[in-house]
Design a protein around this ligand. Structure first.
Ligand SMILES: [Zn+2]
Length: 340
């Protein structure tokens, strides 16, 4: 997965195209804040780190297996009333499927031990934020920080309405059965969305005060800490030293199979876009009675949303060659310290 802004951009590009070809998507007047949250897909459950009881295990479940069944079930529950919410959720899953091998290859130290482990902690989300900034700037021609400081970032006013949260719960139960048949499931889902809003507001690119706070806490902890809180903020420093988006099509490898790959981030993004446009069209056509929803399964596929093996099953990475991300994070501390 890339980070929050890339997922949001991706959804908006897809939405614009589909609204022209399938007017049904124009009729959905869902709150933009809800759609922003929907574009974060199953990651909202990962963000449930404070409020209890937590829905964090739901995020792991849907990223690991049967994501296609989950999305089919969700389409049946809310496709009719909130097609854009479903579309946004689905775009996240497919961009995860296509993009995770890239992110993992370039950000993961395989089996780090001791101090290396602390050094590499949170480097996956940090790399996603590097990509997020560069990709936003390339795609829109604007500075990410200027854009957010002008108040043009995302507006997170409210939780998605109750019917949507209930539909998510039902789709989870239809897919994962016993594992998610908890009496407090609704509360867990509610908490996940609440914590996600809190996290996104905290790490908003315009909140340099929070980045400074995170950096100071990290520095107070010293080498022993290893929390790397600053890694969850978009980096402000110069990022020109490396080709983070692989625009030069250098060879890299699939982190599980070791297969050589030459894709740039743009190639991956475009491939994901083709798939979600097809899936979005299938939902719209089926709602108008033109085809069955079953065709969605072939597009979404049963591949994990994490990194998978050749059968699409979740598997830890074996082949990686990360950028020197801990050094780039160090540069961020110096900038906030005023040393640079
Ligand atoms: Zn994800």
């Amino acid at each position: 997965m890339p980070a929050q802004i890339t997922h949001w951009l991706f959804f908006n590009e897809v939405k614009e195209i589909l609204q022209n070809t399938h007017p049904l998507y124009k009729e959905d007047k869902s709150d933009p804040g809800w759609l922003f949250l929907a574009s974060q897909g199953g990651d909202v459950f990962y963000h449930n780190q404070h409020s209890m009881p937590s829905g964090v295990s739901y995020g792991a479940l849907m990223h690991r297996r049967d994501g296609d069944s989950f999305l089919m079930n969700l389409a049946k529950q809310i496709g009719q009333s909130h097609p854009l919410f479903w579309l946004a959720f689905m775009t996240h899953a497919i961009l995860d499927q296509e993009g995770h091998p890239y992110v993992v290859y370039f950000s993961t130290a395989v089996n780090p031990t001791g101090s290396m482990r602390k050094k590499w902690y949170q480097m996956h989300p940090f790399f996603e934020r590097i990509m997020d900034r560069l990709w936003f700037e390339q795609r829109t021609g604007q500075s990410l920080f200027a854009h957010w400081q002008e108040g043009k970032g995302f507006d997170l006013n409210s939780l998605p309405e109750r019917t949507i949260l209930d539909a998510l719960g039902l789709a989870l139960e239809l897919t994962y059965g016993e594992k998610v048949r908890q009496p407090d499931r609704s509360l867990r889902i509610h908490n996940a969305y609440r914590d996600t809003i809190g996290f996104l507001q905290y790490s908003d690119p315009s909140r340099r005060d929070n980045a400074l706070w995170a950096a100071q806490r990290d520095q107070e902890d010293g080498e022993q800490g290893g929390r790397n809180r600053l890694a969850l903020f978009h980096p402000v420093g110069d990022l020109d030293a490396y080709d983070f988006l692989n625009q030069n099509h250098q060879k890299w490898q699939h982190p599980v199979s070791g297969e050589p790959v030459y894709d740039s981030w743009e190639d991956i993004y475009d491939r994901a876009k083709e798939r979600v446009l097809k899936a979005g069209a299938i939902l719209a056509d089926s709602l108008q009675g033109h085809n069955s929803l079953e065709a969605l399964k072939d597009i979404i596929t049963s591949r994990t949303w994490n990194v998978g093996d050749l059968d699409g099953k979740s598997h830890s990475p074996v082949f990686t060659k990360p950028f020197p991300l801990p050094d780039i994070l160090k540069q961020e501390y110096s900038i906030l310290d005023g040393k640079q």
